[in-house]
Design a protein around this ligand. Sequence first.
Ligand SMILES: [Fe+2]
Ligand SMILES: [Fe+2]
Length: 223
Amino acid sequence: MTDENQGNLGTDIIRFHRIITRGLEITIQNVNRFLEIGALKEEKREGFIKYVQSFSTVLDAHHIHENEKIFPYFKDKLPDAPYDQLMAQHKGINVLLTQINGGINNLKSNVDELKSLDLLKTSLEKIDRIWQIHMKTEEEKIFERVGSLNISLEETNRLRAEFSEFFGEHAKPAYLIVPFMLYNLSPKDRVVIAQGFPEIITKQLVNADWKDEWAPMQPFLII
Ligand SMILES: [Fe+2]
Ligand SMILES: [Fe+2]
């Protein structure tokens, strides 16, 4: 059995949900601010586009991860969770993410700025309404129950390696996604999640080699 300090796969995923919840909240807050002033502030343009793009990628990759790896693993162990309903919600969110990606592309090419911000607002608020219920259902029916399954530490670590490799393949580029994940978490959660990355990433790449790429996102992150 995994002990308290090491947590388990369920607490890993609940922590991951916090990244998405904050990303969604910050994105909505900023879209509303830009709409109020009637423009995407020039000094925040690059960072905001990178932040929304990272949010969209992380949420999409999380759903692929749940559909293809996480749900199949827990289905037999926790059969009472509404897996089909959860996957249908992923599909609904996916349609909205496609709209968001269209809005991001327009912002990147300076086309229809206000219309694109409006589209982002509508799609993000729809995602928010689904997400709040969706995340709670997953946590109550699956992830908060993982501790009672007595999965060995060896098995947990094997799955952690497999899960992070799978997620990494679907969430690119790492130079935006890794800082987005680390700095949308509280310092306490960040320390835990950083332990799952190779040292070269946390010590060298994030702070030096990748810094110019992700630094514009700083106004939206917990730094
Ligand atoms: Fe989900
Ligand atoms: Fe989830």
